[in-house]
Design a protein around this ligand. Structure first.
Ligand code: AMP
Length: 287
């Protein structure tokens, strides 16, 4: 039986109860509007823990002014049903008024890996993410938390927080889950019209283009970025915000892909902002 918990105290008490019985608690933080990408994290959590907790919270502090907070898809009933079917043990659905006191005044700021890529275009976003993730860690006290590689910079920023603040939570990342044609799954795909949905596929195709160029010997980051850009301009419905090839571990700029690199794209399709990425790994290039 899955438990639905709304109160912070109840969530913490439940988690402490499990841990007292020697069970390992795995947390999957989400903003709801669940899809197969989220469910893959749940399955991953199941493998590396005994009790799986999904949190469902559209965190207001990670939306920048003018973004889609007020219209972000919310479908609690469907999310609860999906979690139940997936064998989730508990779902934590706090209210924004419970999560943030009216006069809350402490945040977590990361000042290196959060600066580039999405951070450059969404000022304050990663402060909101880190603050809510730290709060969820303090409430749920999990042994392990699972995050999707779809938000590669987010995983990197969270790993940095855990390392630098000595937080005792193991961070596991899970691969990107895609639609059958390759579009990365995202709650925001629900915003796309039929024609936008067709255009959006160009993002995945442009990343695959970079991957295939890389496999056939192109290692210059500038050239790879140019290849992605050239592939994207063929689709007028897609307006790239950034295209980057950076060190996959610390997101630092790279001249040449001589180590694991992250090729990342953010683009607008109509009014919807989508992100996607691929890892370019010299160790498997020749394979
Ligand atoms: P969100 O609800 O969009 O905040 O996402 C919650 C978690 O699900 C984050 O760790 C995301 O990286 C992960 N996630 C979202 N979409 C995907 C996807 N297509 N594949 C894998 N993980 C995903």
């Amino acid at each position: 039986m899955m438990t639905v918990l709304n109160a912070i105290g109840e969530m913490r008490a439940a988690s402490r109860g499990w841990r007292a019985r020697g069970l390992r608690v795995g947390l999957v933080p989400t903003m709801g509007a669940l899809h197969e990408g989220h469910l893959s994290l749940v399955r991953c959590a199941r493998k590396c823990s005994d009790v799986v907790v999904v949190s469902l919270f559209v965190n207001p502090t990670q939306f920048v002014a003018g973004e889609d907070y007020s219209i972000y898809p919310r479908d609690e009933g469907a999310d609860i049903a999906l979690c139940q079917r997936e064998g989730v043990d508990a779902i934590f659905i706090p209210d924004a008024l419970i999560m943030y006191s009216a006069d809350h005044s402490v945040v977590i700021v990361e000042s290196d890996v959060s600066k580039g890529l999405c951070g450059a275009f969404r000022p304050g976003h990663f402060t909101g993410v880190l603050t809510v993730v730290a709060k969820l860690f303090n409430i749920v006290e999990p042994s392990v938390a699972i995050f999707g590689q779809k938000d590669a910079q987010q995983v990197c920023v969270i790993r940095r927080m855990v390392r630098d603040l000595n937080i005792g939570v193991e961070i596991v990342d899970a691969p990107i889950v895609r639609e059958s044609d390759g579009l990365a799954m995202s709650s925001r795909n629900r915003y796309l019209s039929e024609s936008e949905r067709r255009s959006a596929l160009a993002i995945f195709k442009s990343l695959r283009e970079a991957e295939s160029r890389f496999r056939s010997g192109m290692t210059s980051a500038d050239e790879l970025v140019a290849a992605v850009r050239a592939a994207l301009v063929r689709e007028p419905g897609v307006k790239p915000q950034y295209i980057a090839v950076v060190d996959a571990d610390n997101l630092a700029p790279l001249q040449n892909v001589d180590r694991r690199a992250l090729c990342a794209v953010a683009a607008h399709v109509g009014r919807t902002r989508l992100i996607d990425n691929m890892i370019l790994d010299p160790a498997i290039r020749s394979g």
